[in-house]
Design a protein. Structure first.
Length: 236
């Protein structure tokens, strides 16, 4: 199943009540050895936060997300066989309700965001948004074109740090599934996402049109965990 395509992996971890702290520390332990794997290009841990002003930085310690980029499917398969990861999955049976894994291909986009916000983003204020789009059967081509059209507009927004579009891949065959699209977004802070982006005229038009071609759009907020690691892999 290996090929020359980079592979994006989304891992969503749902924690059992009462196991929040032990799970956080177990997840953090995965980061140093994973980043040392030759095929790992990116491995970022996030904690769930809200999407409204009254909860946008309120952490939900029962929900984590990893956004991962691997050099190839073969490299990710090797990662899944690592002893420390197998040990985590064994531990997860005790501390997690479930772990949802999905694989994606990043779309080769014609533009890139150029951050124009002035000061560098404060890691404590940077806001991550995950948008999962379920497309109606028979509407794949129209939805794809409409979603792709959002990208260059978004990339020109001053507060946009990252805005990457993905298409879902079948876990076994690696075939593209154009009925599931994902956007992974990083913004200067919550306000520029909520006020500048979500109220932009082109995005309002998209959301008005979206019911014609989509079954569901799921927006979730996240905060990338910014921490320094001791040699034992624990937060300082």
């Amino acid at each position: 199943m290996g090929d020359n395509r980079n592979l994006v992996v989304l891992a969503v971890v749902r924690v059992k009540p009462g196991y929040e702290e032990v799970t956080r520390q177990e997840l953090i332990k995965l980061i140093p050895p994973t980043n040392r794997e030759p095929g790992c290009l990116r491995y970022q841990m996030h904690i769930n936060v809200g999407t409204e002003y009254d909860n946008y930085m309120v952490e939900n310690p029962r929900l984590y997300m990893f956004y991962e980029i691997w050099r190839s499917r073969d490299d990710w398969d090797k990662h899944m066989e690592m002893p420390y990861l197998k040990a985590w999955f064994e531990k997860s049976k005790e501390v997690c309700e479930r772990i949802d894994l999905s694989i994606w291909e990043a779309v080769d986009l014609p533009t890139n965001p150029v951050f124009r916000g002035g000061e560098n983003p404060d890691p404590k204020e940077k806001y991550t948004l995950l948008a999962l789009v379920d497309v109606k059967e028979g509407c794949e081509d129209r939805a794809w074109k409409e979603l792709l059209a959002l990208v260059p507009y978004t990339h020109t927004e001053p507060g946009c740090i990252e805005y990457t579009m993905h298409v879902n891949l079948d876990m076994d065959t690696m075939a593209r599934n154009y009925r599931k699209i994902m956007f992974y977004e990083n913004w200067y802070n919550f306000k520029v996402w909520k006020e500048d982006h979500m109220k932009a005229e082109y995005l309002v038009r998209w959301f008005n049109f979206a019911p014609q071609v989509t079954e569901k759009i799921d927006l979730t907020g996240w905060k990338m965990i910014d921490f320094e690691l001791t040699p034992t892999g624990k937060e300082k």
